[in-house]
Design a protein around this ligand. Sequence first.
Ligand code: F6P
Length: 323
Amino acid sequence: MIRRIGLLCSGGDAPGMNACIRAVVRSAIDAKIEVIGFYNGYEGLIHNTFCMLRSETVSGWSARGGTLLKTARSAAFKTPQGRLKAIQTLQLHNLQGLIILGGDGSFKGAQALLNEHAIAVIGIPCTIDNDLNGTDYTIGFDTALNTAVEAIDRIRDTAESHDRIFLIELMGRDSGQLALHAALSGGAEAILVPELKNDFEQLVARMQNWRSSKSSKIIIVGEGDEHGGALNIANQLKSIFPALEFRVSVLGHIQRGGVPSAIERINAHVLGVYAIKQLLAGQTRIMVGLKNQSPCCIDLSEAVKRKPELNSVLIETFNCISQ
Ligand code: F6P
């Protein structure tokens, strides 16, 4: 019988985390389960810093960006000594389950914990990178995408006014999901992402035809692209096309902040409630996710095994309309 569980946010924060916590807490309380929220991710487990999450605690949380429980990338949790302290905390509170809101690093940490301690772990995918296997969507992605597209639209205004070429660098670590989706919806002319090899050569070839044109262009660069970031690429392009005027904009952490979009809040609630349902159904090491808009379960080890591929229809569509 599950009577008490822990919850934590780990890794980079993502808009929608608070909405998801609200859903977990309220559905757990409905099932007569107490929820302890640990601060600063795995650090909170190691140092036993926590608060009781009650229904009224999470009131109004769905519209709040970031994570009100705070998060961290815990170096200590990667060590056996750190995990031992975390396990002692789990035992101290007599926790039968742990809900982890995070990305691949957080779930790898969860796997290490599970090898050393028996507890039910349910992961909920939260990262703006949308880079977890087995789910079409991660909490945070939709809001970050909308933020990036709004920024691209704004940059387009000034780029057009000056006939400049802008390189806009987006987050995503080694995944080009955010960059591809933003490039397509922002009407960019070109994209460089880790998954698409030889794209620099293709870009240069395409730019040969731009040379005479005075109009502005937007090139989206995924931060994990192999050519060394937007600034470096701009310098390389300038040496090939000295007559063109280049500017660089690195959007950075602005993509992680802000109030979650409506879609984000809805999905965050659906996944939070589903996580508790799966815990009660006896699942012990899964990540919940969304496939074709329906909630689903993926083994934790599968979720982090590989990166999902970029959607080929989106690549084809982008290539077709951006020429
Ligand atoms: O994983 C989310 C993410 O925002 C990545 O896109 C980015 O590479 C990384 O986190 C930045 O991490 P930090 O906020 O720790 O610098």
